[in-house]
Ligand binder design. Structure first.
Ligand SMILES: Cc1cc2nc3c(=O)[nH]c(=O)nc-3n(C[C@H](O)[C@H](O)[C@H](O)COP(=O)(O)OP(=O)(O)OC[C@H]3O[C@@H](n4cnc5c(N)ncnc54)[C@H](O)[C@@H]3O)c2cc1C
Length: 465
């Protein structure tokens, strides 16, 4: 046992530390629950004071810390080795306050996203961040990875939902910026430095979240297209015609849609399989009757103008769940034989079609590639690929990475739209960021965490530019 760990156990007590055989029920990722967790110990702080103490001791002993939230990241960010100490925020999971007048919710970092959504809903308000892993992802994890999801088009990313933060630096200093205000131009907005820093600059312990008024109408539809230009034209048309109510525009290529609506999925297809592209749209508004009539009219006009080929409108709350579950339950794509490799790229909307077609064509030429699924948050220029392959060979992984990432430099795209860099995408960071940008990130990391104890090796290798 390392010196830092014995000091931590002495100060915090045994009951906050998981060690030895008890570690067998712990894992590095929610999709890798059969893989053993490699670490000295998992520490479960019960307060910000505990987190500060852990950091102080670890900093003094140059002891590395790997942070665990809900373990749903898709970039290898929570993998540790036997020398690391894992700090999991799971016990700091309280919702401390919902302030309906200021329209804020104050939470501890380990609060589960879905619980936060439900707590807002109970007060007739909305916390708009929403994605498939909501039942496990924690607010601290969402903040640290600046998660996006399905309503970015209307409400923005996690960054836009956070008004205040409490964060602990590597040396144990607690930065308390738990403000409920939207506007604060008094100097650098430090919370934004922590948001999206993937736990490399600080441990988020609390946050003040921004709530919105809960929309009283929700309308959704699945829409079919055979032509991508019509699809992007429909995005512009629908956004304008719905007058700010469009909240989600999710595209699925034919084979993705088919897989999401065929066994082992239990979800039926709302539209048959004849179209090349399918889009799930959602509009949120304030006038249930008028909004639903208006939504139908917008789609009817689109059909009459031949912008879309077909549409099915959700008629009930259970239809809404059915439609969204199709898009959210992407684990169905991983059913069957093989291993998966994930991508989360962004590029200008007018380049997406050509890029996706060419990427899938190239992936198909690799024998070990079983299938490549494309889908994503089209309005944000954000496409996901899930590539199923028959081998875990490193050269194969790199070859697939090269096919997906290489074109993005010329297209001024990004190797990570929302999942972050973690360990998996580090080698590809220079595709999205200039040498000067990476150098500035390194300077920042070295200034704030000079002993490189917080999530070392994630995003950046400090000595390589
Ligand atoms: C089915 C599925 C669908 C998904 N869909 C989306 C999507 O649409 N959009 C999207 O953006 N992401 C998506 N994700 C990815 C993932 O859910 C998000 O990145 C999420 O924000 C991670 O939260 P988490 O609590 O699980 O964090 P973890 O996976 O535990 O950690 C993520 C990173 O944050 C660090 N971290 C965790 N907690 C803290 C803390 N308190 N302080 C500092 N650092 C911390 C970790 O060390 C790690 O670097 C999806 C994942 C799955 C499995």
């Amino acid at each position: 046992m390392g010196e830092a760990l014995s000091k931590i156990i002495k100060q915090l007590g045994d009951e906050k530390v998981v060690l030895g055989a008890s570690l067998k029920d712990r894992y590095p990722h929610i999709w890798q629950m059969d893989e053993p967790l490699n670490t000295q110990a998992v520490i479960l702080p019960g307060s910000t004071k505990d987190v500060s103490l852990i950091c102080k001791i670890c900093n003094e002993h140059k002891q590395t810390i790997i942070l665990h939230g809900g373990l749903t990241n898709l970039v290898g960010a929570t993998i540790s080795d036997s020398k690391d100490i894992v700090v999991s925020l799971e016990r700091l999971n309280n919702i401390l306050e919902v302030d309906e007048t200021s329209r804020t919710m104050t939470v501890e970092a380990g609060a589960i996203l879905e619980n936060v959504q439900n707590a807002a809903d109970e007060k007739d308000m909305l916390f708009p961040l929403n994605f498939g892993a909501k039942g496990s992802a924690q607010i601290g994890g969402c903040i640290s990875s600046n998660a996006g999801g399905m309503r970015v088009l209307k409400y923005g990313m996690t960054r836009n939902q956070v008004l205040g933060i409490e964060a602990v630096l590597a040396d144990g200093t607690v930065i308390n910026s738990m403000k409920k205000i939207i506007k604060d131009n008094s100097g650098y907005d430090l919370k934004h430095m922590f948001i999206g820093s993937e736990g490399t600059l600080a441990i988020v312990t609390k946050a003040v979240l921004r709530l919105r008024e809960k929309p009283s109408s929700r309308n959704c539809a699945f829409v079919g297209f055979n032509n991508f230009e019509k699809l992007t034209g429909f995005l512009k048309y629908a956004d304008k015609a719905l007058g700010g109510k469009l909240s989600c525009f999710e595209v699925m290529w034919n084979s993705t849609y088919k897989t999401l609506t065929s066994p082992p999925s239990t979800l039926a297809p709302p539209l048959d399989y004849q179209y090349k592209y399918y889009v799930l749209i959602e509009a949120l508004g304030g006038y249930p009757d008028q909004d639903s009539t208006h939504f139908s009219e917008v789609l009817e006009t689109a059909i009459n103008q031949e912008l879309i080929l077909d549409a099915v409108i959700a008629n009930s709350a259970s239809d809404h769940n059915w439609f969204f579950n199709i898009r959210e339950d992407v684990s169905v794509m991983k059913a069957g034989p093989g291993y998966d490799q994930h991508f989360d790229i962004s590029l200008p909307i007018n380049k997406i079609s050509e890029y996706v077609e060419s990427t899938i064509q190239q992936l198909k030429t690799i024998d070990q590639v079983i299938k490549a699924f494309a889908f994503g948050h089209l309005a944000d220029g954000n496409i996901h690929f899930i590539v199923m392959k028959s081998s875990l060979d490193r050269d194969l992984k790199n070859k697939i990475n090269d096919i997906v990432y290489a074109p993005l430099a010329k297209l001024r795209g990004s190797v990570s739209a929302e999942h972050g860099i973690g360990l998996d995408k580090k080698a590809y960071l220079p595709i999205s960021r200039s040498v000067d940008e990476i150098q500035l990130m390194i300077s920042l990391k070295k200034t704030i965490d000079p002993n490189n104890i917080l999530n070392p090796g994630r995003i950046l290798d400090l000595n390589k530019v």
